[in-house]
Design a protein around this ligand. Structure first.
Ligand SMILES: Nc1nc2c(ncn2[C@@H]2O[C@H](COP(=O)(O)OP(=O)(O)O)[C@@H](O)[C@H]2O)c(=O)[nH]1
Ligand SMILES: [Mg+2]
Length: 194
């Protein structure tokens, strides 16, 4: 459920980057933050948990159309990937409008991807959402590494519906904006309906 700031004539859309520890969620946000002009975005802020940080910032994309005279401000969040931060993950999903699942393409991280994806489905449900109904994108990250699983195999294992799939090398910026645009487009479509 998106927030509306009537005074500022802005609609706020919340996008959460989900995925196992070290899959590249923070890297996605850092790349996006680094490429948006400073006057169009907030600082990159963090909420510290015991050993891991949840990052977030918001920005006003200049190129996107308005919805009935309202501009759309996107808020991007990462979640802590480690298994024991489940309470934080659940909390961060409150009010979510779209999710990017960042999968780590390395062979040895496939079990962690699957576990994290189940965890996402559970935590969405706990907040009253259904993965099959919300704006959602699957990113296959770390495609540059030697031990990656073929993209088709990852898709067969991890794709949950007809969501767009983007291969990425987040550390180099590849695929990061394609992924963002893909989820933002779906979020805007949903906001226009409501
Ligand atoms: N080789 C490679 N390393 C990456 C890629 N994306 C992120 N990393 C690295 O993976 C590590 C974990 O990334 P981070 O964004 O902190 O993961 P997070 O735990 O999901 O937030 C860091 O050392 C990143 O530089 C990628 O596409 N390729
Ligand atoms: Mg992180």
């Amino acid at each position: 459920m998106a927030l509306i700031n009537v005074a500022a004539r802005e609609i706020h859309g919340k996008i959460v980057y989900y995925g196992p520890g070290l899959c590249g969620k923070t890297t996605n946000l850092q790349i996006i933050h680094g490429k948006i002009p400073a006057n169009g975005r907030s600082e990159l802020l963090s909420i510290a948990t015991e050993t891991e940080r949840t990052l977030f910032f918001d920005f006003l994309p200049l190129s996107l159309g308005e919805i009935r005279g309202f501009k759309t401000r996107f808020h991007l969040y990462t979640v802590p990937g480690q298994v024991f931060y489940d309470a934080s993950r659940k909390l961060i999903l409150k009010g979510v409008d779209g999710v990017v699942f960042v999968a780590d393409s390395q062979d040895e991280r496939m079990d962690a991807n699957i576990e994290s994806l189940y965890n996402l489905e559970e935590n969405l449900q706990a907040n009253g959402y259904d993965l099959s109904k919300i704006p959602y994108v699957l990113q296959l990250n770390k495609r540059d590494l030697p031990n990656v699983i073929p993209a088709e195999e990852m898709v067969a294992e991890l794709r949950r519906k007809d969501e767009p799939v983007h291969e990425a090398i987040a550390a180099k910026g590849n695929g990061v904006f394609d992924t963002l645009k893909s989820v933002a487009k779906q979020v805007l479509t949903e906001l226009r309906k409501s």
